[in-house]
Design a protein around this ligand. Structure first.
Ligand code: AHM
Ligand code: MG
Length: 336
């Protein structure tokens, strides 16, 4: 029985057997993400010292090259997973193509592939706003021991075996699911340990927060314009409150706790929206559904979309069930 104050390490061991493909490998994978998260957290927390230590491309006072934090995070997460012989392939929002791991080794029995957005919302770093890491885990579909192929990565979100995010915020948290609910762990930075602080997280079925970049309003489809007007109209608990950090992980996290919807619709500027199906939408959709929420592209369930390319984008609506349902109703009436 999981309990508050349990460490992430204890939680992983205790829950390993409840995972249907349990072999310990997935536990080791989550462990490697936990370790990389701590390293990246340390670096993200120092970001404000950039004027003292030097910015990307500079050499710092100790003679070390300074990297952009998203490049740094990408390296740390990929290294943590690669060096431990856990996964057979990784695709990252930071890389053009997927990385194959130990493909030549016939004894390589690694079954998992990972898709990762190492530092989402990184344009917020300069202004001290929370950013996040998002990850999605699948079992490979090609035979174990052979090189991974694009087919292993282009799976529907429905086939995810785990997904999660790390939020580098006022506290650093790791929130993840292996298909058995969503649990959140908060880092105690003094001792470098994550503790179970938010067991069984759930979106309230309804909420009063809508999160969208309203600066794009005139470019949105009519259905979304109508929904935004609906949110602003006086009736019942409306007008709703608008909260938009512009950092998906942070907006999602707040909405999951308080009840709300995050939207990145298509627009005349971005016909497929902005967010990436594989690195951002699928993992957040899996978490949302595991937390009693919902995720849609306005018409279809996100996790049923068949991906065609690694970096494809998709309109994204995620959050409290009834709110996402309402957007779908408005989009049905949209003839634009
Ligand atoms: P990124 O992957 O380049 O960081 O972009 C994703 C981010 C999300 O975290 C955030 O919700 C969105 O972009 C904000 O976009 P915009 O500035 O267009 O509102
Ligand atoms: Mg991103």
């Amino acid at each position: 029985m999981s309990q508050k104050n349990q460490t992430l390490g204890e939680f992983i061991i205790e829950n390993q057997s409840s995972f249907k493909y349990s072999s310990g490998e997935l536990s080791r994978l989550i462990n490697s993400i936990r370790l990389a998260a701590k390293v990246v957290n340390h670096e993200v927390n120092k970001a404000g010292l950039v004027d003292i230590f030097g910015s990307a491309g500079d050499t710092n006072i100790q003679g070390e090259d300074q990297q952009k934090l998203d490049v740094y995070a990408n390296e740390k997460f990929i290294n943590a997973m690669t060096n431990r012989n856990i996964v057979c392939g990784i695709a990252s929002e930071e890389e053009d193509y997927f990385v194959t791991i130990n493909s030549q080794d016939e004894n390589n029995q690694n079954k998992y592939i990972v898709l990762i957005d190492p530092l989402d919302g990184s344009s917020n770093i300069d202004v001290n706003v929370s950013v996040g890491t998002i990850f999605s885990v699948f079992r490979r579909v090609t035979p174990v021991g052979t090189p991974v192929t694009i087919e292993d990565f282009l799976q529907k979100g429905d086939h995810q075996v785990a997904a999660g995010y790390i939020i580098y915020g006022t506290s650093t948290m790791l929130v993840y699911t292996t298909g058995d609910g969503v649990n959140g762990f908060t880092l105690n930075p003094a001792i470098g340990t994550f503790y179970l602080s938010h067991p069984s997280m759930e979106f309230p079925e309804d909420g009063v927060i809508y999160s969208v970049n309203e600066g794009n309003y005139v470019h949105f489809p009519q259905g979304i314009k109508d929904y935004i007007k609906y949110c602003q109209m006086e009736e019942g608990d409306r007008p709703y409150t608008s909260r938009y950090i512009g950092s998906l992980v942070s907006d999602f996290h707040r909405n999951m706790i308080k009840g709300g919807i995050y939207m990145y619709p298509k627009s005349s500027k971005n016909p497929n929206g902005k967010l990436r199906l594989l690195y951002e939408c699928n993992p957040m959709a899996f978490l949302a559904e595991q937390a009693n929420g919902w995720a849609s592209d306005g018409f279809n369930r996100i996790m049923e979309i068949q991906p065609k390319t690694l970096h494809e984008r998709v309109p994204f609506f995620v959050g409290s069930k009834n709110m996402v349902g309402k957007v779908e109703e408005f989009m049905k009436g949209d003839k634009t």
